[in-house]
Design a protein around this ligand. Sequence first.
Ligand code: 5GP
Length: 247
Amino acid sequence: MKQDVKQGVLLYAGKAKQVFSTDDPELLWVYYLDQATALNGKKKVAIDGKGTLNLHISGLLFKELAATGFPTHFVTDMDNQNMLVRRAKMIPLEVVVRNRASGHFVSRFNVTPLRVLDPAIHEFYYKSDALDDPFMNDEQIVALGIAPRATLDTLRTMADQVNTWLTARWARAGIELVDFKLEFGRLADGTLVLADELSPDNMRLIDAQTHASLDKDVFRQDEGPLVPVYAEVLRRLQATQQEVHHV
Ligand code: 5GP
């Protein structure tokens, strides 16, 4: 366990996390904030306990996913609000996978919410708060030098593998995976790894029986307090933790 690294300087302050250097140049320290944001940060509320819940959900999923051999940045969760990760140069793309229609897909195409999408849809968004994370197609990404085509193919394949694994993992917990957003980066040796987080902040989850929201939509749509919902998600994950599924 690499729990003895010292926290260094703040490198990046995001909406839900802060990233610090450590005394090991290969490792970063990620602090999960007690804060929820929506509408690209226009709606922002402090929520006690959210950081700890997201850290535990994310840590549990990263640990299980990494155990299948899938490359991730995860090293260890250090305490209730900090995670140690490998330093990666981030690709400035959000990779979204949709199994059912929700959120922007519903408003863009005026389709029935939760309509099953077969095949699952992949979308890329340029990660830029100033531009409001605009949608990008492959040619736009390649022509602007953000990533070469081969990397986009690899990102789609990796996102599919995560989708297969995560869908099965949530199903064991009585939860359906509607859609999610991933971010990838490269380690110093060039290895592509899944980075960022795996939590109800960056995926839509519904109860398999009732279809009730079990993710940040509760906050986005003012449906009630977020903490009991995230606590229930963590409880279900922990209750179904025994097996390891291979991608
Ligand atoms: P939508 O495009 O419908 O808003 O989002 C699709 C999926 O990606 C949802 O699960 C949503 O949580 C996630 N997502 C999209 N953009 C962002 C973002 O900027 N931050 C986070 N945390 N998740 C996002």
